[in-house]
Design a protein around this ligand. Structure first.
Ligand SMILES: *Cc1c(COP(=O)(O)O)cnc(C)c1O
Length: 244
């Protein structure tokens, strides 16, 4: 940042305000949807923000943190290893990073291909821990799979990937994740996600996680049954470089 950094007290106050606002939005969205706020976990997406912010958020009672790049997440998680946090990896993941990510992540939200299932299974085996994995569902119907889209498996591939995760050593299948298409009404996309989730839960009753909803669309996600919201900007403020 070019301007003077805020003092830790100032930053704590800013984050507390963000947290209060986001929690109020979640409570209102839950009330509108007839849901209990206890059904919804808030994940603070701390990408581009320093480990000191993660520490302040933990002090404010936040329990779940999300990151989207291994390069950035790894040192941050190491700097916060003393905190009782659950780490979520929410970004596109290359197979050659699986091993590193399995070293600190508790949940990987972005599993979208078989090779990644294999890589994460092997990597988790090395750490001796069980890694929870979500299948990322592509809701951009028009964006080609391997193009510059934001990742995700086609809805028709999701059942197969779910079975592969459930059958893989050292992995646990937790449910589904999605990012709503940019610049469009998120409701049809989230409704589609909820529909895919119904089929998946029939085959995997314990895979109840539905990770959907960010700063701009958390209300619509809660209305469609999201259990995990990934919120960055609304909690932490604007990022310098927005990488989606
Ligand atoms: C950055 C990011 C978020 C948070 O986005 P905001 O709009 O800042 O809340 C959520 N999910 C993923 C996958 C992200 O990369």
């Amino acid at each position: 940042m070019t301007s003077a950094l805020p003092s830790s007290d100032e930053r704590r106050a800013e984050l507390a305000e963000g947290l209060t606002e986001v929690r109020a939005r979640i409570a209102a969205a839950c009330a509108a949807a007839g849901r209990d706020t206890g059904e919804v976990t808030l994940i603070a997406v701390t990408k581009t923000f320093p480990a000191s912010d993660v520490r302040l958020l933990a002090g404010l009672g936040l329990t779940d943190v999300g990151e989207n790049r291994d390069q950035e997440a790894r040192p941050k998680a190491a700097a916060c290893a003393d905190l009782p946090l659950t780490w979520h990896f929410v970004g596109r993941l290359q197979t050659n990073k699986a091993r590193a990510v399995a070293g600190y992540a508790d949940v990987v939200h972005s599993v979208d291909r078989s090779r990644l299932v294999t890589a994460l299974s092997e990597a988790a085996g090395r750490t001796g821990r069980t890694l929870r994995c979500l299948v990322q569902v592509s809701l951009d119907e028009d964006v080609p799979q391997e193009g510059p889209g934001r990742g995700g498996a086609a809805p028709s591939d999701v059942p197969r990937l779910a079975d592969e995760i459930a059958g893989a050593a050292n992995l646990e299948f937790g449910g589904l994740m999605a990012v709503a298409p940019l610049g469009a009404d998120p409701r049809p996309a989230f409704a589609r996600l909820a529909e895919v989730a119904v089929g998946i839960r029939r085959a995997h009753p314990s895979a109840t996680v539905l990770s959907a909803g960010m700063s701009g669309d958390l209300e619509q996600a809660v209305a469609c049954g999201a259990t995990h919201l990934r919120v960055g900007t609304a909690l932490l403020g604007g990022r310098r470089a927005i990488v989606r």
